[in-house]
Design a protein around this ligand. Structure first.
Ligand code: FHN
Length: 438
């Protein structure tokens, strides 16, 4: 091998090792504010996920550019059609509040690379490229801060538009029309610059929800640099990354996509290990994240409420998604579902907010949540009047139905705890037994 090639090879190896070692050696110590925000996050339990962008115009979900292999020169025509004149951040925030949600996570930039704010780093943004011309993230951030709803920004690391997102991953190939070259570090500098805008011009940002590393699993994403930058700009900001593996140093929460922690029904996360960070499960109401004209497979009120309760039983938050329409409105079927969840939480929120999962892990009949000396048994899938559950080493002082304080008979013995639930008192969605422990 020629001496110059050998030197280059050693240099690249050194570079790789230095980046790996730096991240591996780096020990992240979350700030006191960050730890406080983690506790707030776990108490919050329920948030609104919003996938909104110029792709909404085509009504075929947020992956339409890749699915239909729309070259950049064609896709760049879409922003001119994006004019959400009926966008009303007040209405969105009220819908979230009425649903019982405590925070909103909105797509600042999705895989198509289009910025939904007034970015000075790139003209490929809503202010420069659309007839609407307004910074929707600013409008939403102001309303959230006013209404006490915390705001997270979803931000895609994967980018089908930027020329320096190179080498390409398993998506966004040559059909984009980009030249087969580029400098990934330049792209990451660009990403860090846009993140700096988002963390310096929109007030308190509760978190950054990264997505897309899975497009290039083995690439050097310079995570330490980006994570340090974020915590320098806002130490309390919670960083999470939907990379489907165990949390990396510097992350503050762990998300599970379309699955409860520990499951892999989607096939996304064969290697995903559950870390010891606050957890969040994200899910769609129908089968789409971005607005999809054809998708009317909306989950039922019961399915969605039970999903929220199960997530709490797995000690995880529930981040439920809407894909607003190109006119800026959230589709009525989704507003209806969210309102129904809010009505349930108005009555039963005490058994979810501020609780932690346990003391029992999830069972076929349901889950448990706990707060202080109180345990809530959520009977989700059981029809018999007698229910036997394992004991967990603490004695019960009293048992009653949460809905109306009706005392519930129970028997504690070596076989566990047997409850007698009057059939007439059973609830089709969630029969909650409130236990006060000794
Ligand atoms: O590709 C994205 C998808 O568009 C959506 O944003 C979801 C949300 O969790 N995450 C990725 C798929 O894993």
């Amino acid at each position: 091998m020629k001496p110059i090639a050998r030197a280059a090879k050693c240099f690249l190896l050194l570079l790789a090792i230095s980046s790996i070692t730096t991240h591996a050696q780096w020990k992240y110590e979350p700030s006191a504010e960050n730890k406080k925000n983690r506790a707030w996050f776990q108490d919050a339990r329920f948030g609104l996920f919003i996938h909104w962008g110029v792709y909404s115009v085509l009504g075929d979900g947020e992956w339409v550019m890749n699915q239909q292999m729309i070259p950049i020169r064609n896709y760049e025509k879409i922003p001119a059609f994006f004019n959400p004149t009926e966008f009303d951040p007040k209405a969105w925030v009220q819908i979230a509040k009425a649903a019982g949600m405590k925070y909103i996570t909105i797509t600042s930039k999705h895989h198509d690379g289009f910025a939904m704010w007034d970015s000075k780093v790139s003209d490929y943004n809503i202010v420069k490229q659309t007839p609407y011309g307004k910074d929707v993230l600013k409008m939403l951030a102001d309303e959230c801060h006013k209404e006490g709803i915390r705001l997270f920004f979803y931000h895609s690391q994967l980018d089908w538009h930027h020329p320096d997102y190179f080498p390409r991953g398993f998506t966004g190939g040559s059909w984009t029309g980009r030249a087969e070259n580029g400098d990934m570090n330049k792209y990451l500098d660009y990403m860090d610059a846009q993140l700096t805008e988002l963390l310096t011009q929109y007030g308190d940002i509760a978190g950054i929800w990264f997505d897309g590393m899975w497009d290039k699993k083995d690439a050097d994403w310079r995570l330490a640099k980006t994570y340090k930058l974020i915590h320098q700009l806002q130490p309390g900001t919670l960083i999470g990354s939907n990379h489907h593996v165990a949390p990396y140093e510097g992350e503050d929460f762990q998300m599970f996509e379309k699955d409860l922690p520990g499951y892999n029904t989607t096939g996304f996360a064969p290697e995903q290990k559950i870390g010891d960070l606050p957890k969040e499960t994200c899910e769609t109401i129908n089968h789409s994240w971005g607005f999809n004209l054809k998708d009317d497979k909306h989950k039922s009120r019961k399915e969605l409420i039970q999903y929220l309760v199960k997530a709490a039983g797995y000690d995880a938050n529930f981040l439920l998604n809407v894909g607003p329409m190109p006119n800026g409105k959230i589709q009525p079927e989704h507003i209806e579902r969210l309102t129904q969840m809010g009505e349930w939480l108005t009555l039963n929120g005490e058994t979810i907010y501020g609780t932690r999962g346990g003391p029992l892990t999830a069972r076929h009949w349901g889950v448990t949540t706990q707060k202080g000396n109180t345990v809530f048994i959520h009977v989700l899938n059981w029809t018999d009047e007698s229910l036997v559950i394992p004991s967990w080493g603490k004695k019960i002082k009293s048992a009653k139905l949460f809905v109306d304080n009706t005392p519930v008979k129970f028997l504690e013995n070596e076989y566990g705890i047997t409850f007698k639930i009057p059939k007439s008192k059973m609830d089709d969605v969630d029969t909650i037994i409130e236990l006060e422990m000794k």
